[in-house]
Design a protein around this ligand. Sequence first.
Ligand code: FES
Length: 164
Amino acid sequence: MDDKITLTITRRKLTEVLIGLVAVFFAGGVLATILKYLWPASADKSSSSEVKIASADEVATGDAKKFMFNGKAAVLLKTPAGFRAFGAVCTHLGCVAYWKPDENILFCPCHLGKFDPNTGAVISGPPPSPLPAIDIIVKDGDVYALKWKDPDYVKSISFYAGAA
Ligand code: FES
C-alpha cells in the first residue's frame, strides 16, 4: 500500500496565494507606517528613558564609569560635589573623551581637547562647544541617567544628531 499523499495545486491557485501574501505584507507595512506616525516611539526618548549607570557606591569620588546613553558614549563622574554625567563624544570631531583623574579633566586624545568635569565646558583645545550634560538621579542606591539636560543643544551637535 502506498502511503504517499499527493498535493496538487494549480498554477492559478499558487498565483492567488502569492498575491495574497504580497497583499498581507503590503498591508502590514502600511499599517506599521500609520502606527509609527501616530505613536512615534522616539518622539521624546530623552524624557522617558531611565538608564541605570551604576550602583552609587560603585564609583568612588574622583573616579568615573563609561556607559552608553541614547546610543552615544557617555561618562559618569563622581566629583567632590557629587555625580555628573556627560556625553563623551567630543564636540570637535567626534572622538571619545575620557576621564583623566591626574589632571581632573575629561580629555579627548585626538586633538588634546580638555573639558571641565563639573560643567562639561571646554577648558582648552579645539572643541567648539561643551560636552552635553545628562540629567541623572540617585535612587535606591543606584545612579540613573534620565535625559539630556538640554536636548536642543544636543540636537545642534552634529555628532549627536539623532541621539536627543
Ligand atoms: S576630536 Fe576631540 S579634540 Fe578633536
